[in-house]
Design a binder for this molecule. Structure first.
Ligand SMILES: Cc1cc2nc3c(=O)[nH]c(=O)nc-3n(C[C@H](O)[C@H](O)[C@H](O)COP(=O)(O)OP(=O)(O)OC[C@H]3O[C@@H](n4cnc5c(N)ncnc54)[C@H](O)[C@@H]3O)c2cc1C
Length: 475
């Protein structure tokens, strides 16, 4: 490379991971006085990936992610650095509770029940969501021995082992499925919620550990009020929806950086140690490449380079999901909808996995006098047409909330292979992939396939990839 030429870097994938990577490359380039020439490729016409906010007739509806978990700071820090801190909004405190469906009815999630375990005993004792025997079985957690060894197990196995099958089926399963869109019996504990294993290891009991943690947090004045439930805890968004973040990142891209509507087919090493990126009808060479793609897409792009690497990546399973937004006039809905939404246990046999009361979760998203609900569907949505999916959503809402009116507005968004479901041994698999990647200087993988599926995780992943590429192309 000539001493005077700026390093050339390609980012493949313009979701939040790729956009964060470009932004960080620019920041680091300025700091180091060596701004790279960046090209961002995305197969879609619009940048942002699964992040999208519909804004129609006064209704603001998130199509994909709707919240940032605040205990993971990376997305919020990026928003602050972009000068958008004043747009961050919290959830509406007065409606901060959630529901779980049992036999076709909604019951409040027991206060203090966090994702898969209770931090408070009394709300669990009094909840109609479980039978007396099921509750006694939860209590056994206090005396059951710790698991020996540190091997992985699934979230489902873990909860059933500690708290029993009923607590799993009635509460933990629907909460976890509403996050991952998949079956907790196939999702790795260590790759998703290692802190629960750590709680067991340290305290011998999940219930005791949760109780101690809640007490500590209350003492520290950090208790989250009446917040409970998987998707309804300590969350934040942007006043105009999360697409404001990706739009701002896209707006700041250097001139002629974005190549949208270009699907990358392969990334191959040149004799001189650079990287050739190929697409239908074109190719170009770069000093560094960040692949910010979901694993199934990375598999396709990397297979020509390294079949073994592609094979390992193909073990990272992705689920298919869909969201269906519906809006009604307030007077057409009898239910109070006083919460952020509900989750549906698989044994209820409904189509949807859960539903957000979107007009309650964040303020100012619907005109006065209207309600807006967003149903979240998993793999079961795959064979259904959009019309059938809306119909299934209406049927479920009719059964659960008694809504019979036709919605004033419907909005369906589908996500094919977009949400990873980290399987057993995922962390070992990612270590193997990392190991394999050490042989490819200047090529970095980033995104939700590896160490976290949330938007904040993706921001961190993209930013780390940018730092790694800067180091690689600088030497
Ligand atoms: C319905 C849903 C709800 C969610 N809810 C939340 C939530 O509330 N909070 C949260 O933190 N997270 C949530 N997530 C997870 C989070 O949104 C995603 O993990 C994250 O946005 C993924 O970003 P990404 O950039 O890695 O991937 P993506 O957004 O999938 O972007 C990948 C990009 O790569 C492009 N691409 C694909 N193949 C090629 C190719 N060959 N060449 C060029 N470009 C290509 C695509 O067009 C796309 O733009 C949710 C996800 C979904 C699907």
């Amino acid at each position: 490379m000539s001493a005077r030429r700026s390093p050339e870097v390609a980012i493949v994938g313009g979701g939040i991971t790729g956009l964060s990577a470009v932004h960080r490359l620019m920041e680091l380039g300025c700091e180091r006085e060596a701004v790279p020439k960046v090209t961002l490729f995305d197969a879609a016409k619009r940048l942002g990936g699964v992040i999208g906010t519909m804004n129609r007739d006064g209704f603001l509806m998130e199509e994909g992610p709707d919240s940032l978990i605040t205990e993971k700071p990376w997305a919020l820090e990026l928003i602050e650095r972009l000068g958008m801190g004043d747009k961050i909004v919290g959830t509406q405190e007065k409606h901060r509770r959630s529901f779980i469906v049992r036999k076709g009815r909604l019951y409040p999630t027991p206060e203090g029940f966090h994702l898969m375990a209770p931090a408070r005993i009394w709300p669990l004792v009094t909840t109609p969501l479980m039978s007396p025997l099921g509750k006694l079985r939860v209590g056994l957690d206090l005396i059951l021995p710790r698991r020996k060894g540190d091997s992985d197990e699934t979230l489902g196995q873990f909860v059933q082992r500690r708290l029993g099958r009923e607590a799993y089926e009635a509460m933990a399963q629907p909460m976890i499925s509403a996050i991952y869109g998949g079956d907790p019996m196939r999702i790795s504990l260590l790759a998703t919620f290692p802190r629960f294993r750590e709680m067991e290891r340290r305290h011998g009991s999940l219930v005791l550990a949760m109780w101690l943690a809640a007490r500590k947090s209350t003492a520290a004045g950090k208790a989250g009020g009446r917040a409970s439930g998987a998707r309804y805890g300590m969350f934040a968004s942007l006043s105009g929806g999360l697409q404001e973040l990706t739009d701002e990142l896209a707006r700041r891209l250097p001139d002629s950086c974005a190549r949208t509507g270009v699907s990358i087919e392969s990334v191959l090493r040149t004799r001189g140690g650079r990287w050739t990126v190929t697409w239908d009808g074109g190719k170009a060479d770069f000093d560094g490449v960040i692949l910010a793609l979901p694993a199934p897409r990375a598999v396709e792009v990397l297979r020509p380079l390294d079949d073994d690497l592609a094979r390992r990546l193909s073990f990272i399973r992705y689920g298919t999901s869909a969201t269906v937004g519906v809006a009604y006039r307030q007077e057409d809905v009898d239910h109070h909808l006083d919460g952020f939404g509900f989750v549906v246990p698989a044994r209820e046999g409904l189509t949807m996995l859960g539903c957000t009361f979107a007009h309650r979760k964040y303020a100012g998203r619907v005109p006065d006098g209207y309600v807006m609900l967003r149903a979240f569907h998993g793999d079961r949505s795959d064979p259904l047409s959009d019309d059938d999916l809306v119909e299934a959503t209406r049927r479920d809402l009719g059964r659960l909330l008694g809504i019979t009116s036709k919605p004033l507005l419907t909005h369906v968004t589908r996500y094919h292979e977009s949400l990873p479901q980290y399987g057993l041994g995922h962390l070992d698999l990612v270590d193997e992939i990392d190991q394999r990647m050490t042989g490819y200087r200047g090529l970095v993988l980033a995104g939700n396939a590896y160490r976290g599926i949330g938007v904040p995780d993706c921001v961190r992943s993209g930013e780390n990839a940018a730092a790694a590429i800067m180091d690689a192309v600088a030497t």
